[in-house]
Design a protein around this ligand. Sequence first.
Ligand SMILES: O=C(O)c1ccccc1NCC(=O)[C@H](O)[C@H](O)COP(=O)(O)O
Length: 207
Amino acid sequence: MKLKVCGMREAENCQELVESVRPDWMGVILYPPSPRYAGQQASQQIRQIDIKKVGVFVNENMAKIKRAIEDYGLSTIQLHGKESAEEAKIIKDETGMEVFKVFSVGEHIDWVQMEAFLPNIDYVLFDTLTKAHGGSGKTFNWQLLKDYPFDKPFLLSGGIGPGHVGKILEIKESLPQLAGVDINSGFEIAPGLKDVELVRGFKGMIK
Ligand SMILES: O=C(O)c1ccccc1NCC(=O)[C@H](O)[C@H](O)COP(=O)(O)O
């Protein structure tokens, strides 16, 4: 299964993660209110890390997204706010990047609203609905995914920790569209700093 490790910021920690775990993607939070925000001063060092880098944006404008692609050397744009299907299409067309669209899950999932995004995104990413948008450490009701009606691959996120391996593998058995998982605060020593050994053990169990 694919692995995205999100909320990375410190150069040494990023390097250690890449050398010891080599996840499929490393996520960088480009949303200033987040405690994991990787400000401009971190961009040069992040850019040099040899891995696919996901820029996580919340309702950001095109100029800032384009600038961040250059500054941080992004491969992937994660749209983590209330971006519309039309905006996702424009971002995909104008940047040519891989695009993840986040759907924040509360009590139910609106499959009809999701459908309009699918032609212009590479992965659906399910996260837990919270005011902070992401990095909440809270899971949503994963039972809701059993009705997932599309072929588009999706990533599971929101409060995942080392104890969730069994449940994730169980979901994968009945839902092959589950392409991978996105982990964050469940593997942190402090916001923006990951316990690389813990991530390494987790990766070994979900592969
Ligand atoms: O991590 C953040 O601080 C964050 C803030 C605002 C928008 C998105 C954010 N994180 C994006 C991610 O992809 C996280 O991995 C995802 O929200 C899951 O986080 P967690 O619940 O801590 O596992």
